[in-house]
Structure formats: structure tokens, C-alpha cells
Design a protein around this ligand. Structure first.
Ligand code: GLC
Length: 486
């Protein structure tokens, strides 16, 4: 289809989803929420930061590629790498010194709701989805204030053995503290010199310095766990994220095995009595390879229906699952990048026994679905088109405050570069006898082993934000799908 035809499909999909989304009973969203301190990095900031560190040390660190931030030079090294490559990254820090150093050297522009579960809860509540039941372990008073004031946004509390649903601002525990992440955003075209190299940022993106205070856990209150079947009646599905916070070992001697087991128990309990509940996990950048592998093999595999991830995350996932060569091709991009991405998504679908893998890349989405996924390819495609529209709206206007705010996305044009890349995948599939070019052209391909849905996306020229766009894509596609299952 040419771009004009795609634009028409976008309009159709939008009204289709708008008409069905009210069918949803509700969605459960857990686990990670934090406060994002957002700073847009300009030339002056980068030179100030570079003045505050030992440049030779940073150069060495750029080479070493630190996977956690212990010192300011680790931080600068990861920032330079992220800016040089235009790639999103999230790096943990276990010391409060990092936050102090950043506060001493910079002032953040604004503070927002952060964390995948927090961002998704607010988005869905603002879109008017019924019963957005959000759960975050250790909800602090300050954190609760970052949830939107909306009657459909609810937090489960147990009172006298009974489950009640209240707004987070009526459910916090004043004993808990907040977690603050720094989001260092940078824009395409920013130029600076470092270590004799001239760096020009190739793409708008961000580096997240994720604080990991020692009290942080991915867990569920035992009483709530017991009452989960009560929540189950109010929802059609769950969106789970934040497992990356799990540590290999804790000070009290516990290990990740216990947290994995509990995480799986929660999923099983959500399904108990209603096996049709769909579970989506939103993946992310996970530096620790042991944890990354454990999340995929022990939590996602067999327990989850749907997985959402971006290009870098696909490569990272393939890497720990033993597909290093494919991971390399995904990252290496070039002409065949989209082909490697498709093959990678197929591997994830089959290796992890999923019903659906949704990959969001700049310019296109690829979704592969198992044959027993209870949705038609056309409905899958509508969900993707709607998700692209929502993301384009968020990139253009910032916060989505109502369902109608997503309309702004329809004004953003389909990106010709992404549209052009689809052809490479089409030719590859035709060459291999998987489908005809006509079948591929409308974005819905049925193969004997899985279905493939691929669409060109709408890309905002000058996004007002990049953080949370991936979450908006995955969450809006998933709820659009859930509405169809019902
Ligand atoms: C991760 C980060 C959080 C950010 C979110 C955006 O959860 O920890 O700071 O808001 O990603 O997707």
C-alpha cells in the first residue's frame, strides 16, 4: 500500500478501536513506578559535565562500557555512548552519591510520573479505560501524587481482610520513600567534541540513570496476593513491568529465585479461574545478563501471552537466549535490519512460547502472533495502527489527557523512511515463498506457523518527549487487542 492508503487504514483503525475500547472491563497494571527528574541536555550542560570529571578516565570507561553507575565518569561514559549512538539506555545506580552529584551539577527541567507501570496506568486512566487497577509495591505519599486524579484509576488495599479499591492518594503508606530516576534527554543534531572525536547525535533519545535504593523490591503484599481473584473479575488482562529491578542477591540473604517464584505465582493467581486473562510484559533495557535471562526464561516463558520491546531490547533478549549472531544482525541494522528483526521476533515467539511479540522500531512495528492467538490479523493490525497514532500524539503534545487527545496523532504523517524499509522485508518473504507481495502489502501475512503483522508508523518530527513512548505504544496496542477478544 502506498502512504495514502496507509493513512486511510489509520483512520479506519482509529474509529474501529474507538468504537470497541469501551468493551473492556479493566486492566491490572504493576509493578514499577518512580519519579522521573527530566533534564534536556544541551551543549552547555555537556561541557559543564565534562569539566567536572577526569576525561582520560571517561575515555577508558567508554571503552569498558560500565553496566552500572558507581562514579561520575561511569555516568559520563554511558551518556557519551548513548548520545554517540542515539540509542536509548537505562543504567542502574546503587549509590545515592550519583543523585547528589547530578543535583550538584545540574537542575532538572521538570519531574514526571516515571516507571513503566506508572506511565501506563496514567495513560490508560486518561484514555478513559474502565478500571485501571494499578499496583506498586511500597507506594509513598509523594509517589501517589503523581497518579492522575481520575475515578477509574484504582489501587487495591486490604482493610479488615477485605479488598477495597481506592485512588492511590488514599492508599499510600507514609513510611515509604520515593525512588527518583534521572532522565537525560538529548536531541538529534547536538554536536560536541570528546577525546578527539566529533560527536553528532543521530537521533532524539535518552539515558536513564535508574536509582536502585536497597529497599526496592518487586513483590506483592501477601494479603493482596490472597485476594487477587477478586480483582480478576474486574479485568480482561494485565500489563506487567519492572522485573529488571530484581537483584541477584539481597542484603538479607534472599536471592532472585524467591522473587521470580513470587512473580510467577502472581501471574498464575491472576489467571486462576479465568485462563482467558491475557498477560502482557513490557520489556526494557536490562544491563545484568543473569537477570535478563531469568526474566525471559523463568517469568515470561510459558506464563505470559504478549511481549513488547524495542529494537535494542530484541537484540539483548536474543543475546541471552543463545542467538548471538541474530542479535548482532539486529543491532547492526543496515539493509537487512528489518529482516533480522522479523527473524528475531519469530525466535522470541517460539522460544518463549508466547502468543504475540510486538516490536516497536522507529518507522515501523512488527508483530508476530501464534496461530492460537484469539484475534484476527486485521484486528492485530488495527491495534498496531492505533498504538502508532497514540504514540505520535504523545510525542507531539506530551501528556495524553483524554481519549480525544490521541486524535492529534492522526495529523502526524506516516514516515516515508519506515514505509520504504518494509519493502526489504516484503521481498525477503516473497523470495522465501512465505507470501506474495500482494499479501505482504496490506501488512497482514499468514504463514502455517505464525502470523505476521507489519505497519509503517507515524513519526513526529520534533518530539516534545521520548521517555515513555515505548510504554504508550505497547499499552495502547494491548488494550486495543483486549477489547477485541471480549
Ligand atoms: C523505566 C525507567 C523510568 C522511565 C520508564 C520509561 O521504567 O526506570 O525512569 O520512566 O522506563 O519507560
Amino acid at each position: 500500500m502506498d502512504i495514502e492508503e496507509w493513512e486511510r487504514k489509520y483512520l479506519e483503525a482509529y474509529s474501529d478501536v474507538k468504537g470497541s475500547i469501551g468493551n473492556l472491563s479493566g486492566v491490572f497494571v504493576a509493578y514499577n513506578t518512580n519519579i522521573d527528574a527530566i533534564k534536556h541536555i544541551g551543549n552547555k550542560d555537556i561541557s559543564r559535565l565534562l569539566k567536572a570529571v577526569d576525561l582520560e578516565e571517561v575515555q577508558q570507561k567508554v571503552f569498558d562500557y560500565p553496566r552500572q553507575i558507581d562514579t561520575p565518569s561511569d555516568l559520563l561514559a554511558r551518556l557519551i555512548i548513548a548520545m554517540r549512538d542515539g540509542k536509548a539506555a537505562e543504567v542502574p545506580t546503587y549509590t545515592t552519591a550519583t543523585h547528589e552529584w547530578l543535583t550538584d551539577n545540574m537542575v532538572f527541567d521538570h519531574a514526571n510520573m516515571g516507571g513503566q507501570a506508572g506511565i501506563i496506568s496514567n495513560l490508560l486512566a486518561n484514555m478513559g479505560i474502565n478500571n485501571v487497577i494499578t499496583y506498586v509495591p511500597s507506594l509513598s505519599r509523594e509517589q501517589a501524587d503523581y497518579f492522575v486524579r481520575s475515578d477509574n484509576l484504582l489501587y487495591p488495599v486490604i482493610s479488615e481482610g477485605k479488598l477495597l479499591l481506592k485512588h492511590p492518594t488514599e492508599a499510600y503508606n507514609s513510611k515509604f520513600k520515593s525512588k527518583v530516576n534521572w532522565i537525560l534527554e538529548f536531541s538529534k543534531g547536538l554536536e560536541f567534541s570528546f577525546g578527539g572525536e566529533h560527536i553528532k547525535v543521530p537521533r532524539d533519545n535518552r539515558l536513564i540513570i535508574s536509582s536502585r535504593p536497597s529497599w526496592l523490591r518487586i513483590d506483592m503484599d501477601r494479603q493482596l496476593y490472597d485476594q487477587l481473584p477478586m480483582i480478576q473479575q474486574k479485568i480482561n488482562g494485565a500489563i506487567l513491568a519492572g522485573y529488571q529491578i530484581i537483584k541477584e542477591e539481597y542484603d538479607d540473604g534472599s536471592t532472585y529465585h524467591e522473587y521470580v517464584e513470587r512473580a510467577v505465582n502472581v501471574i498464575e493467581r491472576l489467571r486462576q479461574g479465568n485462563p482467558d486473562i491475557q498477560i502482557h510484559v513490557e520489556f526494557t533495557s536490562i544491563q545484568n545478563k543473569v537477570i535478563r535471562k531469568m526474566i525471559l526464561k523463568d517469568i515470561v516463558r510459558r506464563n505470559v501471552n504478549s511481549l513488547g520491546l524495542d529494537t535494542v531490547e530484541v537484540a539483548n533478549a536474543l543475546n541471552v537466549l543463545g542467538h548471538e549472531e541474530l542479535a548482532y544482525s539486529v543491532i547492526n541494522k543496515g539493509e537487512n535490519g528489518i529482516i533480522a528483526l522479523y527473524e528475531g521476533a519469530v525466535r522470541l515467539l517460539h522460544d518463549l512460547k508466547l502468543n504475540r511479540v510486538h516490536v516497536h522500531s522507529l518507522g515501523f512495528f512488527i508483530c508476530v502472533a501464534s496461530k492460537d492467538c484469539p484475534i484476527s490479523v486485521e484486528d492485530h493490525r488495527s491495534a498496531l495502527l492505533f498504538a502508532s497514532t497514540t504514540a505520535a500524539a504523545k510525542a507531539t503534545i506530551g501528556d495524553i489527557n483524554s481519549f480525544d487527545d490521541t486524535l492529534a496523532g492522526l495529523d502526524v504523517p506516516v514516515w516515508d523512511v519506515g514505509h520504504g524499509e518494509l519493502e526489504n522485508l516484503g521481498k525477503y518473504l516473497v523470495r522465501r515463498g512465505v507470501c506474495s507481495m500482494d499479501d505482504f502489502d496490506n501488512g497482514c501475512v499468514s504463514t502455517p506457523v505464525h502470523d505476521l503483522i507489519v505497519i509503517p508508523t507515524k513519526v513526529a518530527r520534533d518530539p516534545v518527549a521520548t521517555v515513555g513512548i515505548g510504554d504508550a505504544i505497547s499499552a495502547s496496542a494491548f488494550v486495543a487487542l483486549l477489547a477485541k477478544i471480549k
